[in-house]
Design a protein around this ligand. Structure first.
Ligand code: AMP
Length: 283
């Protein structure tokens, strides 16, 4: 496995591989890798000649300084896991390499960035877009792999690709879960024992919403989900929204009849750790 820290060296390497006819699959991450990340790497491995994975804790996407400082980091363990998973190239730049000067660029993703994560984490998606845009220019991959766990992020990335004209195929991959249903997340490592146990209720709440889809109104489902979460002393729901998959506009019950996908998206504080998850409700 080759490790690059400098963007020019990686870019030149990528271009030479593309010119020789090899396809590149790219998996951007913030490290503290778990089986969810490795699933993306495996999929990229199957579908491309070369897999590039970046590890960069992107300050621009944190709207909370304490969250950034406490974000788990484990570079040595990450590199070992990537090697074992068959990753060919890692990119582990420092902050100066990615942001040599203060970034001014402001994207407009319209409604996609105004709701849910965009509403509760102002500036978050601008920070995500800044780094992903840069990474795409450096790596110039054929395909890039993102988890559906960050459902709204996936839609913002698709919009970014359209807006900036990147020649890359975006591939959304299913959420990998713990045996009790909790979505794998780097942040899970920071849960207390009690909040880790209770956090499985996030998945239960989403299953409940899916089960209720055909016989309850969306308002009733929202009430049911938030009441269930908030009944736990360890959990507090920040939002639960029922949205149309592509637009993130509020879903209507009638969507069951025209075949479009409806997703329930949730953010929950488990103690002081903020977790997100989602599930398709109408399938
Ligand atoms: P992160 O390191 O949290 O920025 O995540 C890097 C990529 O891994 C993103 O595309 C995430 O959506 C994806 N990812 C994170 N957790 C999971 C999971 N449990 N299952 C599948 N993909 C995930």
């Amino acid at each position: 496995m080759i490790t690059f820290k400098k963007m020019k060296a990686l870019h030149d390497w990528s271009i030479s591989k593309k010119l020789s006819g090899q396809t590149i699959g790219f998996v951007p991450t913030m490290g503290a890798l778990h089986a969810g990340h490795l699933e993306l790497v495996e999929r990229a491995n199957k579908e491309n000649d070369i897999v590039v994975c970046s590890i960069f804790v992107n300050p621009a996407q944190f709207n909370n300084q304490a969250d950034l400082e406490k974000y788990p980091r484990n570079l040595t363990g990450d590199l070992q896991q990537l090697q074992d998973a068959g990753c060919d190239v890692t990119f582990t730049p420092d902050e100066q390499e990615i942001y040599p000067e203060k970034e001014q660029k402001v994207y407009d993703f319209g409604h996609l960035e105004k709701v849910m994560e965009g509403k509760y984490r102002p500036g978050h998606f601008n920070g995500v877009a800044l780094v992903v845009d840069k990474l795409f220019r450096i790596v110039v991959p054929h395909r890039a792999y993102f988890g559906e766990k960050d459902f709204q992020q996936l839609q913002v990335i698709r919009a970014l690709v359209r807006k900036e004209g990147h020649d890359v195929q975006i591939i959304g991959c299913p959420t990998v879960r713990e045996p009790d249903g909790l979505a794998l997340s780097s942040r899970n490592a920071r849960l207390t024992e009690a909040s880790r146990r209770e956090a499985a209720k996030i998945y239960q709440a989403l299953l409940m919403a899916r089960d209720s889809w055909s016989d309850k109104s969306i308002d009733q489902i929202k009430q049911q989900v938030t009441a269930y979460i908030n009944a736990s002393p360890e959990l507090e729901a920040e939002y639960f929204e029922v949205v149309q998959a592509d637009t993130l506009l509020p879903a209507e019950q009638s969507a069951t009849h025209n075949g479009s996908r409806v997703v329930g998206c949730i953010a929950v504080y488990a103690g002081d750790i903020r977790l997100i998850d989602n599930m398709t409700l109408n399938s």
